[in-house]
Design a protein around this ligand. Structure first.
Ligand code: SAH
Length: 376
């Protein structure tokens, strides 16, 4: 059963979102009003660690200051365009940005974990042929604040009974697997994750964060150099360069060997095992020869493979794999001594796969707009 929940958020803001205002600018703004610099953290903490959705709710601030803040900034720069909840407690939000673009983020709750899946770009420039996010290319990178707002909004939806402890429910994990290529927006992503990891922020440490990439070798190295314990997931999707270039066009410029070399370096520097994601497309990359090649590619590496049966995207000519083929992949890879799992499907009834809901919403809005024009 799917429920569309009523929305209770203010319209898209024209004032800058507070999470995008650099701390020093906020301190300068406060100084102009005779307020001490420590107020900057106090205000940010109310949004990040507390659950304030308006300045008025920040009851530890003087009333006049709350009014002045509200005149200059907005607590959130995004608006919830659509909120869907699936029967397995997965929530999906479509957020409208200040420039009317739309992105999506997902909350997955199971086994005592509450995982936020966030987008890093509007659209995606990588063009993987089976993916909904890249169908219209990339429009722009998301800002630090826009990435943080996704996390805060998802955290504000967490259920008390699904998070690990009795304190206020919180997000326990982050997966950067929404729309966009995270490593194409790496500096802002790292800045957002630093705030997410701070105890005054969301308190989600690097070891609980997975960053999924199409495989940009130089950026994988930069991530390794950051010295942080993020978990890296590389979207491999094919076991040889000819097939991978057909499925992941950017492979043309990189090639599998350079990606594996960068991922090996990431493992050597961080000690964190790399996950290889493999979207299984019926008949295309799931045959016995693919299984053998994949096993050959990863043998001897301390790696993990996540097989992801393709989620249908309307209009694309691919299909989900047959059970037998999927089982064949698992067995062959496992026999080669590489750990492998089939990824559980969560929230499929609410289009939870990458970029799918945004397209549905945009299509609906376009239909509405055409309907309106027709009626006028
Ligand atoms: N650009 C990053 C993040 C993308 S989303 C990357 O390429 O890794 C995370 C994962 O979901 C990627 O492995 C992506 O290929 C996969 N994915 C995208 N669309 C999908 C679909 N329709 N079905 C199954 N997996 C999909």
């Amino acid at each position: 059963m799917t429920a569309e929940l009523p929305l209770a958020t203010a319209p898209t803001a024209l004032r800058p979102g507070l999470l995008d205002v650099p701390a020093e600018d906020l301190r300068a703004w406060l100084a102009e009003r005779g307020q001490p610099p420590m107020r900057a953290n106090q205000i940010r903490r109310q949004i990040l660690a507390g659950r304030a959705e308006s300045f008025d709710a920040m009851s530890d601030l003087p009333k006049l200051l709350r009014a002045e803040l509200a005149a200059s900034f907005s607590t959130f720069s995004t608006r919830i365009e659509k909120h869907l909840k699936a029967s397995d407690d997965t929530h999906k939000l479509v957020l409208r940005l200040h420039d009317d673009r739309m992105i999506e983020c997902v909350l997955i709750q199971d086994d005592g974990r509450a995982t936020g899946c966030i987008s890093t770009q509007v659209g995606c420039g990588m063009g993987c042929v089976f993916c909904a996010s890249g169908l219209n290319g990339v429009v722009r990178n998301l800002t630090v604040g826009e990435m943080l707002e996704q996390l805060v909004r998802l955290r504000n939806l967490t259920d008390a009974n699904t998070t690990r402890d009795d304190r206020a429910p919180r997000l326990t994990n982050i997966v950067v697997m929404g729309m966009g290529e995270p490593l194409a927006n790496l500096d802002s992503l790292l800045a957002a994750l630093a705030v997410a990891g701070d105890k005054n922020g969301l308190g989600i440490g690097a070891r609980h964060v997975t960053i999924s990439t199409v495989g940009l070798p130089a950026k994988i190295r930069q991530l390794a150099e950051s010295g942080k314990q993020y978990h890296l997931a590389v979207s491999l999707h094919a076991p040889n360069d000819v097939l991978r270039t057909r499925i992941v066009p950017t492979n043309d410029k990189t090639g599998i060997p350079a990606i594996l070399a960068a991922a090996d370096e990431f493992f050597a520097k961080t000690g964190r095992q790399v996950t290889y994601e493999y979207v299984v497309l019926g008949g295309l990359n799931d045959q016995p020869e693919h299984a053998k090649q994949l096993a050959g590619l990863l043998t001897g590496r301390k790696a993990h493979v996540n097989l992801i049966p393709w989620n249908d995207v309307e209009g694309l000519p691919y299909s989900r794999p047959q059970e037998d083929d999927l089982r064949g992949l698992v067995e062959t890879v496992r026999k080669a001594g590489v750990s492998v799992k089939i990824r559980k499907r969560k929230g499929s009834e609410i289009d939870a796969a990458c970029g799918q809901l945004r397209r549905t919403v945009e299509a609906e809005l376009t239909t509405e707009a055409q309907g309106n024009r027709g009626g006028a």
